[in-house]
Design a protein around this ligand. Structure first.
Ligand code: UGA
Length: 342
């Protein structure tokens, strides 16, 4: 099988590429702005990489959509701070650029495996979010955070409509707070625009305070990336077309914790880490208002738990890695990569 991955150096892209190359005989064509997260993959003869921008290399993209069997358009801005700071940038990249790719998949009759997001459920009040039942709930226009959710939701709807009319073979997957090695860089965390787990680890390393937005009562279910990639591999395999026209949550409902609990677990892991157990001081855990941390356009999501019944049934998959192990492995890898950087 030949697979095209746009955004191949991203968090999901590089983990997926490494798994594909180590476990299958598939061929991967990938594009991204850099290749620094790809490691050994860049030397693999079954991996073909172009360093470039999807906004510029349109001919390369069209040529490779024609050439490949499956397309994964993974390019997106996916950090809440940027939804608020640059909503037009989010719209242009996450919506317009990806729509162009989807239209070419329609034109050349290629299967698309598209990353939707847990964010589409927004402020849904269901105890567990179900792909084919839950309402998708967003806030007012002034709360610009929702532009990401809306862009993704509209693409989900466009893809679904092409699919149900017989013009596109697709599967949508919805990652729920995947974490793991190389989630976000120290540089991004220095700017304060990393996702929460890497933001907190980076604060601990930099000895800056950990900020609990609005008290940190919000809850998330953190999913270790290896578990997520195992589900994604089964979606790509698509045995007996089982995932055709399906939307599938990929998350770990057992790994639910509040942001405050998260801060405490990470601080304890950091304080017990071999390189830091003798540090003279550690970050304080403080509270910050959402407006002071993110700006006026932010609105939080207070809980987010996936139903994974569908993934269990269709993919015969369940997540294996518990919360503390997932956080420890993410922390260890971040500290290892950034040893001596602060
Ligand atoms: C994330 C991002 O939108 C995407 O990466 C993705 O689509 C989706 O969720 C997902 O991975 O499922 P969110 O979980 O809100 O959204 O993003 P984080 O930045 O990781 O924030 C989680 C929570 O931590 C939020 O309630 C936020 O207010 C809080 N937070 C974040 C803090 O309390 N302090 C911080 O320093 C950073």
């Amino acid at each position: 099988m030949k697979i095209l991955i746009l955004g191949v150096n991203g968090f999901i892209g590089h983990h997926l590429t490494n798994r594909i190359l180590s476990q299958t005989d598939w061929i991967v064509y990938g594009m991204d702005l850099a290749d620094d997260r790809l490691g050994e993959a860049v030397n693999n003869p079954r991996f073909h990489f172009l360093e470039g921008d999807i906004a510029i290399n349109k001919e390369w993209i069209e040529y490779h959509i024609k050439k490949c069997d499956v397309v994964l358009p993974l390019v997106a801005i996916a950090t809440p701070k940027l939804y608020v700071e640059d909503p037009i940038g989010v719209y242009n990249l996450d919506f317009e650029m990806n729509l162009a790719v989807i239209k070419q998949c329609v034109k050349y009759h290629k299967r698309v495996v598209f990353p939707s997001t847990s964010e589409v459920y927004g402020a849904c009040t269901d105890k567990e979010f179900k792909e084919d039942e839950s309402f998708l709930v967003v806030g007012p226009i002034q709360k610009e955070r929702w532009i990401y959710s809306c862009c993704k939701q509209l693409l989900d709807r466009v893809i679904y409509a092409y699919g149900t009319r017989g013009h596109l073979e697709f599967t949508l997957f919805r990652p729920f707070n995947w974490i793991g090695p190389r989630l976000d860089s120290l540089y991004v965390a220095k700017e304060g625009s990393s996702r929460v787990v890497t933001q907190f680890i980076a604060e601990l390393l930099m000895k800056r305070p950990i900020a609990l937005v609005d008290g940190g009562h919000q809850k998330r279910c953190f999913t270790y990336v290896d578990d997520g990639i195992s589900a994604l591999m089964k979606i790509l395999e698509n045995k007996n077309d089982i995932c055709k026209s399906e939307i599938i949550n990929i998350g770990n409902p057992d790994n639910e914790c509040s942001v405050k609990e998260l801060a405490n677990i990470l601080k304890n892991l950091f304080m017990a880490h071999r390189n830091h157990r003798n540090d003279k001081a550690y970050s304080d855990i403080v509270e910050a208002s959402a407006e002071s941390y993110y700006g006026k356009g932010y609105q939080d999501i207070y809980f987010r738990k996936p139903s994974i019944e569908k993934a269990r049934k269709l993919l015969d998959w369940k997540p294996e890695i518990g919360l503390e192990d997932a956080l420890r492995m993410t922390l260890d890898s971040f500290l290892e990569e950034n040893r001596g950087a602060v």
